[in-house]
Design a protein around this ligand. Structure first.
Ligand code: ADP
Length: 259
């Protein structure tokens, strides 16, 4: 990645005492946003002050996932104030900067500028800021990681995605940008039939864990392909809210251990 080393921004988020955690994927549709929203909830349940920036300019979905659709951020001073989700998570999404349903055709510098305003918002005492990146490894992602220096990146992939090397590209991207990789999360891992209970693996099994091992990366966990996850997410009630959540809490804990 050209120019990574030449960019040094004096005021990193870390110096302000806040840690940015990037959540990336090699391509769209692997569940990066779903995982980000649920991790935010699980981290909050673990007692952390956590905020979320939806930097996915191509498909911002956090307002829906966190139940803040239609709420526009306000600004008292120079900076934007995050919107508080019903579950107590301060968040800002690119979708909240445009009219509902409006296509976002940002040019690179414009997108980076708008994203910067979200990250530089009035986050108050937020300790951990999850950054739901756009899928892929392009210019916008590069600008973000250069400027805001996440303490680490979490990679989301489906087993299929890894087999097709998409996730590997994302891993390579963060390596070249000198952002440590916290670990790999496998999403849509196994499907339990709601009728007969039989577990099948539409995208193969164990691929992500094996890939993580071969790349010497921590494997943070597996999220099953589960209709309940999709319906709860679409309804703005992340499944990690459930008292008996055993899927997202362990991933959040591994993330905290890493920090
Ligand atoms: P990305 O952010 O990577 O583009 P999303 O989080 O928007 O992906 O997920 C894409 C679609 O897949 C959404 O409709 C979401 O509800 C669904 N989805 C994500 N993870 C799961 C899962 N583990 N089980 C069922 N549906 C899922």
């Amino acid at each position: 990645v050209a120019g990574v080393d030449s960019v040094r921004v004096a005021l990193t988020a870390e110096k302000r005492g806040r840690k940015i955690i990037a959540i990336g994927s090699g391509k769209g549709g692997v569940g990066k946003s779903t995982l980000s929203a649920n991790l935010a909830v699980a981290l909050r349940k673990a007692g952390k002050k956590v905020g979320l920036v939806d930097a996915d300019i191509y498909g911002p979905s956090q307002a829906r996932l966190l139940g803040t659709e239609g709420i526009r951020p306000t600004a008292e001073g120079q900076k934007m104030d995050p919107v508080l989700s019903p579950h107590g998570i301060p968040m800002l999404s690119m979708a909240q900067l445009v009219k509902p349903g409006q296509a976002i055709a940002w040019r690179g510098p414009m997108a980076a500028n708008a994203l910067g305003q979200l990250i530089d918002a009035e986050w108050g005492d937020t300790e951990l800021l999850l950054l739901d990146l756009p899928p892929g490894t392009g210019d916008v992602q590069l600008t973000m990681v250069q400027k805001y220096k996440p303490v680490g990146a979490l990679i989301v992939s489906t087993p299929q995605d890894l087999a097709l090397m998409d996730a590997t590209r994302a891993i390579d991207f963060f390596n070249q940008a000198h952002v440590p990789i916290i670990g790999l999360v496998e999403n849509m891992a196994g499907y339990e039939c709601p009728h007969c209970g039989e577990v099948s693996d539409p995208f193969g099994q164990g691929g992500a864990q094996a890939a993580a091992m071969s790349m010497e990366l921590p494997f943070l966990g597996r999220v099953p392909l589960d209709i309940g996850i999709r319906t709860a997410s679409d309804a703005g009630t992340p499944p990690a809210l459930a008292d008996d959540d055993k899927t997202f809490a362990p991933i959040a804990q591994k993330l905290l251990d890493w920090l």
